[in-house]
Design a protein around this ligand. Structure first.
Ligand SMILES: *Cc1c(COP(=O)(O)O)cnc(C)c1O
Length: 359
């Protein structure tokens, strides 16, 4: 079987065992003679999948009964709009931390519905870092503080949740979801498109604390865009294959020993790459050291020509998906949960070789 060393930023690598299980169950799901995609979402098979995914997620993340889990569609980008649509009434303010392209898109949507206080921005510094707590400014009576826990494009990540001055945190966790433990009680809401760490594109996982949910606007709202619509019932057809696959990924995380165990491996993989980058000036990390991401490792080479050559020669070894985002250039190695240690080993050996030949 051929599997590439897949460093793609998203959609990205999924665990081989999970793909194999989905393949084995594809034509005949549990003796039904149909695939899970061909069965009613109101039938016992899918209802079980949905319930399992919810309970597995709750137990892996340590979410109590005070949290609701929703499986929505439209990607994280739809959440950029749904969050302020539900929680930011006209004349009210929310605090947004601007740490990259995705944060900016979230801010743009929020401004349609209410006032946005930008409590921090690293835009002037080319988004090379996330804030220290003492740099964040607050406003009285903010509805929530929105942040992007991992900035997929710029390769930065918060080490810990930012200080929120007592208001609930709302987090776009698309690119580090389930990669490390989080302090769940500090969040009003966490959302993530599945396609980076949790499954195929098409399902968006939304976790909302009940007391925060209770503040959602309910008058004169679009039914489908209102969070309360989706609680406890399937209002419309859920992304059945995505939720099914997500459930298998959660089962895989359990087998790895849970999120803490996965986090340890992620730290080790990232450390291996950053150590190589920091050896001398040939490779240059683009993020400030304290803000470095453990999911997307971004770096430059001495010239753009060398970067092109690097990507090309790497691809010949099936080290794929290493080209940086088109808006920033350089190299980006995305090393999500499912990327095996051996792929990082192979990349590091290639980096050593490439430096020796071109440095
Ligand atoms: C990829 C990504 C998004 C966009 O997700 P879609 O599911 O394509 O809407 C948003 N935020 C972050 C942090 C991302 O990495």
């Amino acid at each position: 079987m051929f599997r590439s060393h897949n460093f793609s930023a998203g959609p990205s690598i999924l665990p081989t065992e999970v793909l194999q299980k989905a393949q084995a169950e594809l034509l005949d799901y549990k003796g039904t003679g149909s695939s899970i995609m061909e069965l009613s979402h109101r039938g016992p098979e899918y209802i079980e999948v949905d319930a399992q995914a919810t309970s597995r997620l709750k137990s892996l993340m340590g979410l109590g009964d005070d949290f609701e889990v929703l499986f929505l569609q439209g990607g994280a980008s739809t959440q950029f709009m749904m969050v302020p649509y539900n929680f930011l009434a006209e004349g009210k303010t929310a605090n947004y931390l601007n740490t990259g392209t995705w944060s900016k898109k979230a801010i743009k949507e929020a401004k349609i519905f209410g006032k946005v206080h930008v409590g921090f921005s690293s835009e002037e510094e080319n988004f090379g870092r996330v804030p220290r707590n003492e740099e964040i400014t607050h406003v009285e009576g903010a509805e929530y503080l929105h942040f992007t826990s991992n900035n997929t494009i710029f390769g930065t990540q918060y080490r810990n949740e930012p200080e929120s001055n007592g208001v609930p945190l709302v987090c776009d966790a698309s690119s580090d979801f389930l990669s490390r433990e989080v302090d769940v009680k500090r969040y009003g809401m966490i959302y993530a498109g599945a396609q980076k760490n949790a499954g195929p594109a098409g399902v968006t996982i939304v976790i909302i604390r009940k007391d925060f949910l209770a503040k959602a606007r309910t008058e004169n709202v679009s039914t489908i865009l209102s969070y309360p619509t989706h609680v406890g019932t399937m209002f419309n057809t859920p992304p059945v294959f995505g939720v099914y696959f997500f459930n298998l990924v959660l089962e895989w995380i359990e087998k790895q020993g849970g999120i803490k165990a996965v986090e340890k491996v992620n730290e080790a993989k990232a450390a291996q790459l950053y150590t190589e980058i920091d050896k001398d000036d040939f490779y240059r990390g683009t993020a400030e050291a304290a803000s470095r991401s453990r999911m997307n490792v971004t770096f430059r080479l001495p010239s753009e020509d060398l970067e092109k050559k690097f990507v090309k020669e790497a691809a010949a070894l099936h080290l794929d998906g290493l080209k940086g985002h088109r808006s920033v250039g350089g190299i980006r190695a995305s090393i999500y949960n499912a990327l095996p240690r051996e792929s990082v080993d192979t990349l590091v050996s290639f980096m050593v070789d490439f430096r020796a030949k071109n440095g």
